[in-house]
Design a protein around this ligand. Sequence first.
Ligand code: OGA
Ligand code: MN
Length: 208
Amino acid sequence: MIASSIQINQHLAERLANDGWYVGESIFDAELSARLHDRAYELAGGGALQPARVGRNMATQTQAEIRRDDTLWLADQPEDAAERAATLAVTSLRLALNEALFAGLRSAELHFARYAPGTFYRRHRDRFRDDDGRVITVVFYLNNDWSPDAGGELVLYTDDGDSVLTRVLPSAGTMVCFLSERFPHEVLPATRERLSLTGWLRRDERDT
Ligand code: OGA
Ligand code: MN
């Protein structure tokens, strides 16, 4: 059975409250995931995605050893219809979490990410020392027909980093959500291009 996004939001809030993380059905339907895939693919082809930065004030050299994906931030009010639909769905999720968990989430930031074959993001946490605004990480995978042999899993670790909580294939229709401060995680290299829309629900208004 396909759940409505309202049902998914509720289930997701429960999982976040109980475990601090959720992996499961996406709040984006198949059509929206496909439109976002095509949008990311087109933007990447036009060179709009650029090497991602880790934190702020870090040497480019060091960053390339940690992460090798290319990203593009979405505008707050995107012109593209698929980006707008995604932004709206994320806003609904944010408000649902505020209602269910008194989460106090005031804004969201979203970027497309493209991992070329062989690229990775080493184990890290998502809250930067110089930016504590990120509360919840959300990742929406946009890849059709992802076979387990292709790699590219997200590996989510326990708080102490000692054991693996779960491994997630980056397949369209799957989303991941977790407390940004709590769980170390990494992206393993893949044999094919890996596209996602990734974002953070924040406790503050963004300063853009
Ligand atoms: C990130 C990240 C995970 C993923 O962008 O910070 O960890 O599965 N992404 O793409
Ligand atoms: Mn991360």
